[in-house]
Design a protein around this ligand. Structure first.
Ligand code: IPE
Ligand code: IPE
Ligand code: MG
Length: 247
C-alpha cells in the first residue's frame, strides 16, 4: 500500500473511527444482521494493519456504545462475542506480534459480562508494552458518560471549584494520555457523532463515507486521510502563520 500519494509529514497522529453499517451490509445480502458484525471484524483488522503501515501512532475505534444495550438481547450477545472471541482472542496474538498495544475506554459496569472483562484485561496486559501503535477500543463507551465520570472524579478529588479548568476535566477522562483525534471517520453514510468522544473531538476533522463498515479496508483509510490532508485546520484563528495553531 505504502503512502499512496499522501504527504508523509501530515499523517494524522490520532485517527478515530465510528464503525457503522454492519446491519445494513448484512441485510443487503439477505443475511442476518449478526453476519455483518462478523464481517466487520475483518474490516477492523485490515484497517488496523493499514493504520500501522501508515505510521499512525493512535487508532481508536467505536465498538459498542452505552446505547447499544438497547438492541435485542441476541444481537448484543453476538456483538460481545465478536469483540471478545474474534478480536481479543483470535486476533490478539497477531496484533501483539505487530507491536500493537490494545487498550479500552468505556464503562465497566454490571452490564459487561465478566468473561468479556477478563479477555479485555488479558489483551491489555499482554500488549501493554508494545509501542508500534496504540489501538484503543471504545467499548460500552459513551461520550456523555465519560464526561459524567470525569466530573465525579473531579468532585471526589476535592479540588476547589475556582481551580477547575479544561485541563482538570481532561485529566480525569478515560485515557488522558491519548492526544485528541485529528481525524474522525464515520462509515455508512450517517452524519452524526452518536455520543463518540464528545470532549476529545472538539477540533477534530470529520470525514464521512458511504462505505458500509464490513467493506471498509485500508484503502478507504488512505482516502479519508487524503481528504484530511486537504483540510485547513484553523482552531478558531484566521489561519495565518504565527497564529498559535497547536501541533
Ligand atoms: C455498527 O453497525 C456496529 C455497532 C453499532 C456495534 P450497526 O449494527 O449499527 O449497523 P447498521 O447501522 O444497523 O447498519
Ligand atoms: C454508533 O453506531 C456506535 C458504534 C459504532 C459502536 P450506532 O449504529 O449505534 O449509532 P446510531 O444509532 O445510528 O446513532
Ligand atoms: Mg448503526
Amino acid at each position: 500500500m505504502e503512502l499512496d500519494g499522501l504527504d508523509p509529514n501530515r499523517i494524522p497522529r490520532h485517527v478515530a473511527c465510528v464503525m457503522d453499517g454492519n446491519g445494513r451490509w448484512a441485510t443487503k445480502q439477505g443475511l442476518p444482521r449478526t453476519e455483518g458484525h462478523r464481517a466487520g471484524e475483518e474490516a477492523l483488522f485490515d484497517t488496523t494493519c493499514g493504520a500501522l503501515e501508515l505510521g499512525i501512532p493512535f487508532f481508536t475505534v467505536y465498538a459498542f456504545s452505552t446505547e447499544n444495550w438497547r438492541r435485542p438481547h441476541e444481537e448484543v450477545r453476538f456483538l460481545l462475542s465478536v469483540i471478545a472471541d474474534q478480536l481479543l482472542t483470535r486476533r490478539r496474538d497477531e496484533l501483539h506480534q505487530m507491536g500493537v498495544c490494545i487498550r479500552f475506554i468505556g464503562r465497566r459496569d454490571w452490564r459487561v459480562p465478566r468473561w468479556v472483562v477478563k479477555r479485555m484485561d488479558e489483551a491489555s496486559a499482554l500488549t501493554a508494552h508494545n509501542r508500534a501503535m496504540t489501538l484503543t477500543v471504545a467499548f460500552n463507551y459513551g461520550g456523555r458518560a465519560e464526561i459524567v465520570d470525569a466530573v465525579k472524579a473531579v468532585v471526589a478529588s476535592g479540588v476547589s471549584p475556582a481551580k477547575i479548568d479544561e485541563r482538570t476535566i481532561h485529566r480525569y477522562l478515560y485515557a488522558p494520555d491519548l492526544p485528541d483525534p485529528d481525524l474522525v471517520i464515520r462509515t455508512s453514510g450517517e452524519f452524526r457523532v452518536s455520543n463518540f468522544l464528545l470532549w476529545e473531538l472538539a477540533y477534530s476533522e470529520l470525514v464521512f463515507t458511504d462505505v458500509l463498515w464490513p467493506d471498509f479496508r485500508r484503502e478507504h483509510l488512505v482516502e479519508a486521510i487524503r481528504e484530511f490532508q486537504a483540510r485547513n485546520r484553523r482552531y478558531g484563528t484566521t489561519g495565518g502563520r504565527g497564529d498559535g495553531i497547536p501541533n
